[in-house]
Design a protein around this ligand. Structure first.
Ligand code: GLA
Length: 383
């Protein structure tokens, strides 16, 4: 089918299933998920929307991305990587659903997104989870939400090649409006904490530096953490992940570990503690304390874990002299994307008018400000 035939196919599209699949923020707890530690994310009001309908064929799927004004067609019997990288997230999902032994038939799907791509707010998890949820509903496959989370993560690990943890997919699917999720990434036990930010709001500042080139660095950090665990296990066989290591224990390994691996591990251990403290601070309404922990988190990401970049550091440093900003840090995998700021609502407009021109003058890049609020996870309608 050529492009104009495909275009025609998607005119007057009567959907059977509609899915709204949100991006996420993470208040604190970066690079802790794949160390079986703790994170504090929630979904946001920016999302990817999907419309699905069965197309009456056994095995042909046509996808129309309004975001890219592009089409992709798949044969369900030949799920192999394609050139368009966005299509590979979808193929990965199909592959994982098929691996679970679930059978389904041909369908058409329209995708449109209000999520900035490569900004560290998990457009990829939103794409995977929304697509998986839609297929599940359209064909009544009976997959539980948690299975959607896991298979979407597996799609990214196995098909796209990014060794990501589970935080993004979990937050996109499982979030509750107005709440943060204190997630134990080992047991997947979740505590929903009311996101009571009093007079403050969450402001994202997008560096517009795309972080996708950093995939290699991400996988490298993950490997460094695993190497640290292997060394520590020799003396402490009960240690399964950095989650099981405390500061005292790590000190014993100053020698065998390289100073770099030692710093990486130290960061993860400290960040896990900060997540617990942050959750307590939010519960008790101590937002200043929470903000302080955000700055500490950024310091660790910049100097110990080394996943920040000059653009992120500039935006965080810019907030330090502003007492109406309680805390700021880089968010997500790093090397670009957004900073997350807890800022008094009444000061947002004036601050944005000041910080974005200063950022542009420094780097020649037009940044972007996005105010976000904790929102519901995946939502599905059928008719
Ligand atoms: C990316 C990954 C997550 C997590 C963060 C860092 O967003 O997809 O699994 O590791 O980076 O906290």
């Amino acid at each position: 089918m050529n492009n104009s035939q495909l275009k025609e196919r998607f005119e007057d599209f009567a959907w059977e299933v509609y899915v709204s699949s949100p991006g996420r923020i993470n208040l604190i707890g970066e690079h802790t998920d794949y160390n079986q530690g703790f994170v504090l994310p929630t979904a946001i009001d920016q999302k990817i929307e999907f419309e699905f309908r069965r197309n009456g064929t056994k095995d042909t799927c046509h996808i129309y991305s309004r975001t890219y004004e592009a089409f992709a067609s798949f044969d369900l019997n030949q799920v192999v990587p394609q050139q368009a990288s966005w299509a590979n997230y979808l193929l990965g999902v199909i592959d994982e659903i098929q691996k679970l032994g679930k059978k389904f038939e041909g369908f058409d799907c329209i995708i449109r997104s209000s999520l900035p791509i490569g900004a560290g707010i998990s457009s990829s998890a939103a794409l995977e989870c929304g697509f998986a949820s839609g297929i599940n509903d359209l064909f009544g496959l009976g997959l539980e939400k948690i299975e959607i989370v896991r298979l979407s993560q597996a799609a990214e690990n196995n098909f796209v090649g990014s060794n990501c943890g589970i935080m993004d997919q979990y937050a996109s699917v499982m979030s509750k409006k107005g709440h943060l999720i204190l997630l134990d990434c080992r047991s997947l036990e979740a505590e929903y904490i009311p996101a009571d930010f009093k007079d403050c709001k969450v402001l994202l500042l997008n560096t517009k530096v795309e972080h996708n080139l950093a995939e290699g660095q991400y996988n490298k950090r993950r490997k460094e953490c695993e190497d640290a665990v292997k060394t520590i296990q020799k003396r402490h066989p009960q240690v399964k992940a950095l989650r099981d290591v405390n500061v005292e224990m790590l000190k014993e390994f100053k020698e065998p570990l390289s100073s770099q691996t030692f710093s990486r591990a130290a960061y993860v251990i400290q960040e896990n503690l900060r997540v617990q403290q942050a959750a307590e601070a939010i519960k008790s309404g101590d937002l200043r304390k929470f903000g302080h922990l955000m700055y500490q988190s950024h310091h660790g990401l910049q100097h110990q874990y080394e996943v920040s970049c000059p653009e992120l550091d500039f935006l965080v440093d810019y907030t330090r002299s502003k007492d109406f900003i309680y805390g700021a840090r880089m968010m997500g995998g790093g090397f670009g994307g957004c900073t997350i700021n807890l800022i008094e609502s009444s000061r947002i407009d004036a601050f944005v008018k000041e910080v974005l021109p200063a950022y542009e003058e420094e780097f020649g890049i037009k940044g972007e400000a996005i105010v976000v609020s904790p929102s519901e996870g995946t939502q599905i309608q059928s008719r």
